[in-house]
Design a protein around this ligand. Sequence first.
Ligand code: ZN
Length: 405
Amino acid sequence: MAHEPAPQTLPPVTTLPSHRRFEKWVLAAVGPLPDSIAFRAGGPESTVAIIESPAATRRYLRALLLAGANSGLIDEAAPVEQPGSLQPIAGKLFGAYQVDGGHLQLAGCQLEDHLVCRCAWNESDVSYFASDGKRLSGAVIDAIKLDELSPRAGADELNVNEGVSAIEAALEHAESTSAAVRHVTLIQCRHAAGKIRFTIGSLSWDLPFSGWANAFTPPPFHCPHTGVDSFHIAATDDGRIAAAEEIAVCRRTGRRLLKKELAQCAVTGAYVLPEYAVQCPVTSEVVEQGVLVECTHCRQLVSPHAIQEGQCRACRTLAALENDDPRRQRMIAEHPGLAGWRNWRLAETADAYILEAQGLWQRLLAVLDRQTLHCRHMAIAQRWPGKWRDLSVEQAREILEKRSN
Ligand SMILES: [Zn+2]
């Protein structure tokens, strides 16, 4: 009598590297799979085929899931409440964004069931794992309403790989804590994914979104030009979609550009192209041209923020200068007439020296360019009481060139 081939059974040992914990867990509980279950979908298959063929892997994992379900190890459920259509998701998306001078539309959106594994360690202790291996936080569990479940059946419809990956994550966690997994529930949670398209004129930008339907919150637009997250979208006049908060209009030219490409006036707050901005030599503030005001003392143009009672901060903070200070030596070398003046007091701005000195009967004010020492302004006052009197260029030259005072 010819020998009948021995019935092929699957070895109750690790065969699938990616799902070895799951396989071991099920087989430990149910014993070797009966042929009728193991090969129901596709006939006898070798271990090698199960590992190497994705379709055979799926059939084998499904058989393991069914065996686990039949022995009460695994069941299925779904949250009692979750959206049945895209409408609530679309409503949230359309309500979330403001598009200046344009509109938004859904450019693809899918509602799919993703599996979450509810793992019971004992009667009261449970954890939840997604198929990407991550353990869900308490906030997510509450948001997607995983504590109100209704039973489901129909493992045939399950995404087998996803379900097994979620269980595998729970078993991996169990390994690290030495806690035994008593029971798992695969929960079909609705998940939304797609793209929202912002269109302004001929420009458009697609923003992908993805999240649990029960807890869906529209993602912010991440501005590619500034890195700012925003729900308010606009375009620059040179064709860039950006966060509206980061766009400003140049007061001089009307151009719409990114704020970082414009200068903001420290006095008025207005934005202008950099060529219409200047820097205050006293405060270093950037201000719009035309905003600087003249100091009544040194006649230099400064920010209004630098002025108190008509005088700029430099004029108010003159400090005594030692006779051997190199700045004094340099000024006398350039303008010998200064040598005869005593009690020097000096202040520096970004581009000028403001010098006051005393003569026998008079006081002198000289404003010199820091680079060239060119005289920008000169005035004279009586020592007491002294009202300053501006000097002409010729009068100033006479004082600066005079060899003795
Ligand atoms: Zn001044």
